[in-house]
Design a protein around this ligand. Structure first.
Ligand SMILES: Cc1ncc(COP(=O)(O)O)c(C=O)c1O
Ligand SMILES: [Zn+2]
Length: 392
C-alpha cells in the first residue's frame, strides 16, 4: 500500500546532546563530532498543538509523523511497525503482589522486535537523502529489521553480528538479501569490524545512537504508551537496556508530550534493567570515572542486553536521574526460568529481555521499592520465538 499522507513534520533542529551545537538536519548526519556524543532532534512543540495531528487512520508509527524527521511522505519506508498492544499480566502480577501490572508487547512488529520502529525511520531518511549502502553492528534484532527495510527500500545492507547469536537472527538477514558477517565477540567487536570495513566511508553506519534517526522511531513507543493509558502514565516503566535507544526515546516522547500539554499526571520512574553478565550502566553509575577498568562483559541469553560500551551512556544516566528511576541488574542464570514461567503461567513466550524486566520488578518489589498499589509497565521488546535455542 502506498503512503498517501503528508508528514507535516514539526522538526525544528538537530543538536549535540552535550553542548547544544546545531547541525543541519537537511543533510545526512551521524553523531555530534564536537563532543563525540549523540545528536538529538527537537520539534516545534507547544500547547496549542492538539491531538488532531495524530493520523488515526495510519496503522503504524507514522500516525505520529508530525514528531518524526522525515520531510516528504513519499520517502517513508514502512512495514506497519508499531501500534503494539498493552495487556494486563494478571497471574504473574498476583504472584508478586502487583495488581496493576501491564506489558507492552513488541512481538508483533515486522521481524519480531521493536527495532523495526527505529530502523523504519533510519531507512526512510537514507531514502530521503539518496544513500545506497549501509552497515550495522547488531546483537541480532536490529540486523534482521535493517535487512527487511533495506529490501523494501532497495538499499544494500551489511550486517555484522556475534557468531553466537541464535540461528534465526542470522538466517533472516540472508533471506531478506542482506550481506551477513559473523564476528567472534560481542556487539562492540562487531562495531570495530564495521569501522574497519567502512574505513573509506562507503557506507552509512547505523550503529546505535551514532545516527539520530533510530531514536526518533523508538520514541513513538512513548506516544503509544501515553495514548494506551489515556494520557495518564503508569508509576514505573521497566525497560531492558542495551544501547538505550528505547529508554532514551520513551523519555524524550514524554517530555515532548508535557510541552504539548497532552500528559495529565506525573511522569513514570524509568528503570533500566541489565543482566549480571553485562551491566555497564550499573558499573558507570557506581564509578563514573574508572568503571571500564574491572569491567568484564560476557554474552547474555538476552542477546540485546549484551552491549558493553553504550555510546548513549550519558543520556541513559540522565533519564534515570531526571525520572527519579534506577538501574536493576538481574541474575543471568535465572533468565531462562522466568521465560519458562511466562510460558507456563501466561501462555506467553516472552523474550529473555522481556523476562528480565519481570525479574527486576520482583527484585524491586521484594525490596519494597515498588509497592503493591503502584502501576507498572514492562516492555517485552521482541518475540521469544527467535530465542528458542537459548531458552530450551
Ligand atoms: C529484544 C531486545 N530488547 C532490548 C534491546 C536493547 O535495546 P536498546 O538498544 O534500545 O537499549 C535489544 C537490542 O538489541 C533487543 O534486541
Ligand atoms: Zn557538542
Amino acid at each position: 500500500m502506498e503512503n498517501n499522507f503528508t508528514t507535516n513534520s514539526l522538526v525544528e533542529k538537530l543538536y549535540c546532546s552535550k553542548c547544544g551545537k546545531v547541525y543541519d538536519y537537511k543533510q545526512i548526519q551521524t553523531f555530534a563530532t564536537c563532543c563525540e556524543k549523540p545528536l538529538v532532534f527537537s520539534y516545534h512543540v507547544s500547547n496549542n498543538i492538539s491531538k488532531d495531528v495524530i493520523n488515526s487512520k495510519d496503522p503504524s508509527i507514522w500516525k505520529y509523523a508530525s514528531f518524526l524527521p522525515i520531510l516528504d511522505a513519499k520517502n517513508i519506508v514502512s512495514l506497519n511497525e508499531g501500534n503494539t498492544p498493552i495487556s494486563k499480566i494478571e497471574k504473574l502480577g498476583e504472584l508478586i503482589g502487583i495488581e496493576h501490572l501491564y506489558v507492552k508487547d513488541e512481538t508483533g512488529n515486522p521481524t519480531g522486535s521493536f527495532k523495526a520502529r527505529g530502523i523504519s525511520v533510519a531507512v526512510s531518511k537514507l531514502k530521503e537523502l539518496g544513500i545506497q549502502k549501509c552497515i550495522i553492528p547488531t546483537a541480532g534484532n536490529a540486523g534482521g529489521a535493517l535487512a527487511a527495510y533495506c529490501a523494501k527500500a532497495g538499499i544494500h545492507a551489511t550486517i555484522i553480528m556475534p557468531r553466537h547469536t541464535p540461528k534465526i537472527f542470522k538466517e533472516e538477514c540472508e533471506i531478506y538479501g542482506a550481506e551477513l558477517i559473523l564476528v567472534d565477540g560481542l556487539i562492540n567487536d562487531c562495531g570495530n569490524k564495521a569501522k574497519q570495513i567502512n574505513k573509506d566511508g562507503d557506507y552509512f553506519d547505523i550503529s546505535t545512537l551514532k545516527e539520530p534517526y533510530r531514536l526518533e522511531g523508538k520514541k513513538i513507543m512513548g506516544y503509544e504508551i501515553a495514548a494506551s493509558f489515556d494520557w495518564e502514565l503508569p508509576d514505573y516503566i521497566l525497560y531492558p537496556a542495551g544501547g538505550g535507544t528505547g529508554l532514551i526515546g520513551i523519555w524524550k516522547a514524554f517530555k515532548e508530550m508535557i510541552t504539548l500539554g497532552w500528559i495529565k499526571n506525573k511522569l513514570p520512574k524509568m528503570i533500566a534493567v541489565q543482566s549480571s553478565s553485562c551491566a555497564p550502566i550499573q558499573a558507570a553509575y557506581k564509578d563514573p570515572i574508572n568503571w571500564k577498568e574491572n569491567f568484564k562483559p560476557q554474552m547474555s541469553i538476552a542477546n540485546g542486553l549484551a552491549v558493553p560500551y553504550p555510546f548513549g551512556m550519558d543520556l541513559m544516566l540522565q533519564v534515570i536521574k531526571e525520572s527519579n528511576g534506577s538501574i536493576c541488574t538481574i541474575q543471568e542464570e535465572k533468565i531462562k526460568d522466568y521465560v519458562h514461567l511466562f510460558c507456563k503461567k501466561e501462555g506467553f513466550l516472552i523474550s529473555p529481555e522481556g523476562a528480565a524486566t519481570y525479574m527486576a520488578l520482583k527484585a524491586l518489589s521484594d525490596k519494597g521499592e515498588i509497592r503493591k498499589e503502584n502501576s507498572v509497565l514492562l516492555l517485552n521488546t521482541g518475540s521469544g520465538y527467535k530465542y528458542i535455542e537459548n531458552v530450551l
